[in-house]
Design a protein around this ligand. Structure first.
Ligand SMILES: *Cc1c(COP(=O)(O)O)cnc(C)c1O
Length: 400
C-alpha cells in the first residue's frame, strides 16, 4: 500500500468549474433554493448530503477548500474559518464548557495565549500553561475537569517541537482531546498521523502564502466537524467565523503550490541557520543539530519538506534588534512585519510584537528574550547572495 503523502493527496483532488473550468466555480450566494419544502426541512435537520442551505453553514467553495485541507492532514473532515483564531476559539469552545480545564503549552501564539489567559476565565474555563516538552509536568497539570491538551507542533516563536505521539498517549489515558496548531509546519508534520484529534492551521501563513488573505481551518474526524456545524449547538455555526467563498477559492489555488514553496522555505532557512551559527550568532532552527528538539523533529517529519521556514536570532536587546531589522529592510532583504509564510523574508521582534500578550516575567522564564528576532525566510532565488547581504548588515550593527 502507498504510504500517506499529503502532496499526492491534494494533487489527486480534481474540482471542475461549472463550464468545465479548470478551477471550481465560486459559489457567489449566501442562500440556496430548494425544489421542495420537505428537502429544506431535512437539510435543517442535517439529513441531506450535498444540499446547501445558507453559506454560514457551508458553501461549495468552502467545502472544496475544506476537502483539500482534510487530505493535507489525513483527516476525515475539515471546516474552514475566517481566521486562524476563528478555528482555535471555535474548537476550544466546542469542547470546553463552564467548569472545564485546559492544559496548554506556554509557548503558543500570542492571540491563543490571550484567549485562554484573559477571555476564557470569564466563562469559568481555566488553563494551566506548562512546558509542553516536559511530559511529567504536562501529566501533573491534568485534573478531573481537564478536557483538552493544546499545543503547537512547532511553537511560536521559540520553535520548540511537541512530542505529539507522547502527548496523544497521555490524552488517551485520561480521555482528553489533543488539539495541535500546525501553522508552522504544513506538509512537514502531520499531527493526525501522530495521534492528534484536531489539527488547526492559520491559513493566513504558509498555506495561502501570499499575505493577502486571513483564514483558518479545523481538521478532524467527521463527527467533530458535524458538531461544529450543528445549527443548534455548533460553535462555527453559532459564533459565525465563516470564511467568504471568494477567499476560499483563492486560498485553494495557492494551496496547489504549497509543496514547492515549503521545500524552498526550508532549504533557504537551513542555509542561513547554518551560516549564522558558524558566524557565532545565537540562532535557533530545528534543522540544526544544536537545537534541543532536532532529533524529535527528525523522527516525526516528512523529510522532503525540511525543517520549515522559521528561525530565530537572539541579539539580546530590543534596541539592537530594531537597528538590525531596520537596516535589513533598507537593504531590501525583507520586511519588518509580523506574520509568516510570505515569498519575501519577514522579521519581527517577538517580545514586543506577536508575543507581547505574554507578561514579561513569563517571557523571561520561557527564554523569550527582548532581543529575539523571528525570521520567516522567504523564497529568495539566490540564498547565498542574501546571506552575504545579511552578513554585511550584522557586521554593520556590530553583531559579528
Ligand atoms: C497567525 C497564527 C495564528 C492566528 O491566525 P490568524 O489567521 O491570524 O487568526 C494562530 N496560530 C499560529 C501559530 C499563528 O502563527
Amino acid at each position: 500500500m502507498e504510504t500517506f503523502n499529503a502532496a499526492n493527496n491534494i494533487q489527486d483532488l480534481q474540482f471542475f468549474g461549472e463550464f468545465g473550468g479548470v478551477n471550481p466555480s465560486i459559489s457567489d450566494s449566501s442562500t440556496y433554493t430548494f425544489l421542495s419544502a420537505k428537502t429544506m426541512f431535512d437539510t435543517f435537520e442535517g439529513n441531506t448530503d450535498g444540499c446547501y442551505l445558507y453559506s454560514r453553514h457551508s458553501s461549495p467553495s468552502n467545502l472544496y477548500l475544506a476537502k483539500a485541507l482534510a487530505s493535507l492532514e489525513g483527516t476525515e473532515g475539515a471546516n474552514v474559518t475566517a481566521s486562524g483564531m476563528g478555528a482555535i476559539t471555535s474548537s476550544l469552545l466546542q469542547l470546553c464548557k463552564s467548569g472545564d480545564h485546559i492544559v496548554s503549552s506556554r509557548t503558543i501564539y500570542g492571540g491563543t495565549y490571550a484567549f485562554m489567559k484573559n477571555f476564557l476565565p470569564d466563562f469559568k474555563i481555566q488553563t494551566s500553561f506548562v512546558d509542553i516538552t516536559n511530559l511529567e509536568k504536562v501529566e501533573a497539570a491534568i485534573n478531573e475537569n481537564t478536557k483538552v491538551i493544546y499545543c503547537e507542533s512547532v511553537s511560536n516563536p521559540l520553535l520548540e517541537v511537541a512530542d505529539i505521539e507522547a502527548l496523544s498517549q497521555i490524552c488517551k489515558k485520561h480521555h482528553l482531546k489533543l488539539i495541535v496548531d500546525n501553522t508552522f509546519s504544513p506538509l512537514s508534520i502531520s499531527p493526525q498521523l501522530l495521534g492528534a484529534d484536531i489539527t488547526i492551521h492559520s491559513l493566513t501563513k504558509f498555506i495561502n502564502g501570499s499575505s493577502d488573505s486571513v483564514g483558518g481551518v479545523i481538521c478532524a474526524d467527521q463527527q467533530f466537524i458535524d458538531d461544529l456545524k450543528s445549527v443548534n449547538t455548533g460553535a462555527c455555526m453559532l459564533l459565525g467565523p465563516t470564511m467568504d467563498s471568494l477567499r476560499a477559492s483563492s486560498i485553494l489555488k495557492n494551496l496547489r503550490t504549497l509543496h514547492i514553496r515549503m521545500k524552498k522555505h526550508s532549504e533557504n532557512a537551513m542555509f542561513l541557520a547554518e551560516k549564522f551559527e558558524k558566524d557565532g550568532l545565537i540562532v535557533k532552527y530545528p534543522g540544526l543539530k544544536s537545537h534541543k528538539n532536532h532529533e524529535l523533529y527528525k523522527r516525526i517529519m516528512h523529510a522532503e519538506y525540511g525543517f520549515g521556514g522559521l528561525l530565530t536570532l537572539d541579539v539580546k536587546t530590543v534596541e539592537k534588534a530594531n537597528e538590525l531589522m531596520e537596516l535589513m529592510q533598507n537593504e531590501n532583504l525583507g520586511y519588518l512585519a509580523v506574520s509568516l509564510g510570505f515569498y519575501k523574508t519577514l522579521f519581527s521582534a517577538s517580545g514586543s510584537s506577536t508575543s507581547s500578550e505574554i507578561p514579561e516575567e513569563e517571557r523571561m522564564e520561557m527564554g523569550l528574550s527582548d532581543g529575539l528576532i523571528r525570521f520567516s525566510i522567504g523564497l529568495d532565488h539566490d540564498i547565498e547572495r542574501t546571506y552575504e547581504k545579511m552578513k554585511w548588515c550584522m557586521k554593520k550593527v556590530g553583531l559579528i
